[in-house]
Design a protein around this ligand. Structure first.
Ligand SMILES: [Zn+2]
Length: 160
């Protein structure tokens, strides 16, 4: 995604700010997808923000890990601060069946809402052209899968 659009996301949403000290993939590479998904990502970020507002939570405890295109669809990887270490510890010990004491109901509720939002936007990306943002469809006849509108699809066929 071009710089100008990325900077717009970063200025609108504090949790989208890139901070190299965190050192994850997103911080280093930004949004690894086409410009056509700018509005989709912007809307998702707005709706995530709204969840926190609605729940009366002031601090948005999200760290963006990676935003990219994979198999023609958007992937939006994030974690809540403090969550991931626990999961990594469990993975490391190889005790998948271990149950952690559940977080408080309130905490669970907003995390669940955000996870559902992210999932639905990832799905919706397969209807939006990654190149231009027009109405697209998931094209599966290239070596790579891509979500493209008719025009961008024809262009891609001609350039191949
Ligand atoms: Zn297009």
């Amino acid at each position: 995604m071009r710089q100008e659009l990325q900077l717009e996301l970063q200025s609108q949403f504090a949790f989208m700010k890139r901070d190299m000290s965190l050192g994850n993939r997103y911080q280093n590479y930004g949004c690894e997808c086409g410009d056509g998904w700018f509005e989709l990502i912007q809307e998702l970020c707005q709706r995530i923000t709204n969840v926190y507002k609605f729940e009366g939570i002031d601090d948005i405890d999200i760290e963006i890990l990676q935003i990219k295109e994979k198999f023609g669809k958007l992937r939006f990887y994030y974690r809540h601060f403090g969550d991931s270490n626990i999961i990594q510890a469990i993975d490391f010990l190889g005790v998948g069946s271990l149950r952690l004491s559940p977080p408080s109901d309130e905490e669970c509720e907003y995390k669940k809402k955000i996870s559902e939002l992210v999932h639905s936007y990832e799905e919706w990306s397969s209807h939006i052209c990654e190149k231009c943002g027009g109405r697209g469809a998931l094209r599966t006849d290239f070596v790579w899968k891509k979500t493209l509108c008719e025009d961008c699809y024809q262009e891609m066929i001609e350039s191949n």
